[in-house]
Design a protein around this ligand. Structure first.
Ligand SMILES: [Zn+2]
Length: 251
């Protein structure tokens, strides 16, 4: 829900020269150029984990990320974040954090608060996914960003979505992958859609091997340049009673 992929905004970014901003620190780290309004030693954990995020994504998804530059902008406060964006990407100011895909670089914007690390991992996951695939369907993009946004030790068993879904299952929740696949605009994604997308992808990544094979087949189709069959089709081809299997996996 934090994410906004704003391709149009990239045009403005190149059109408006950036005036000097009061960055306290600027650091190049692999593909990342991190600019912060506060000393990065305050976020050393985040910086260390960012270095591993690409490896984690590549290993878990069997993809090769090929990022050009990913600029990560870290603001000291929501006020400062809004101030910066309002002059450059005004439509992004309502969001808690932002990913913008540009032609020259990808850009991530986030501000310091208790969820900063989560926000940066979430948005940077978008940037890395888009460097590995020619396109990423919205629900898959968000579901994977939700998956990778928690710190590595929490991803399989301790994402808060797990407990949310366990409750929802008691109340009769069923996954609706085709409904998620039909969403193409960020505004169509409701709060629970992020949770549901996470749930389906947790099954894909940690459920039966056939589910991971379906994901691999799907990614191969996406990379082939031909219009791919949706992931749901690949999953249904390999896994009978898909909904029930997802529920049993998440329970
Ligand atoms: Zn997102």
């Amino acid at each position: 829900m934090r994410h906004a992929l704003l391709i149009i905004a990239a045009i403005f970014l190149t059109a408006i020269p950036l005036r000097a901003w009061g960055w306290v620190e600027e650091r190049q780290l692999g593909p990342y150029l991190i600019r912060a309004e506060f000393p990065l030693r305050d976020s050393q954990n985040l910086v260390d984990e960012l270095a591993d995020l690409q490896t984690d994504i590549e290993r878990q998804l069997k993809l090769k990320c090929e990022p050009a530059e990913i600029q990560i902008h870290l603001f000291r406060s929501r006020w400062s974040y809004t101030d910066y964006l309002s002059k450059r990407i005004p439509e992004g100011t309502k969001r808690q954090a932002l990913f913008v895909q540009g032609t020259d670089a990808s850009r991530v914007y986030a501000y310091r608060h208790s969820g900063l690390e989560t926000d940066v991992r979430h948005e940077t996951t978008h940037a890395l996914l888009h460097s590995a695939l020619p396109f990423v369907p919205l629900w898959l993009d968000e579901g994977l960003a939700e998956y990778f946004e928690v710190s590595p030790g929490m991803r399989e068993k301790h994402n808060p979505h797990r407990r949310e879904l366990q409750w929802a299952i008691r109340l009769g929740w069923r996954p609706a992958i085709e409904r998620l696949e039909a969403k193409h605009e960020l505004l169509e994604m409701e709060k629970n859609d992020y949770r549901d997308a996470w749930g389906v992808l947790h099954f894909v990544l940690h459920g039966p091997p056939a589910a991971r094979e379906a994901l691999a087949d799907y990614f191969a189709e996406v990379q082939s340049g031909k219009p791919p069959a949706p992931l749901s089709k690949h999953l249904r081809r390999k896994i009978p009673n898909l909904e029930q299997r997802i529920i049993e996996h998440l329970k």
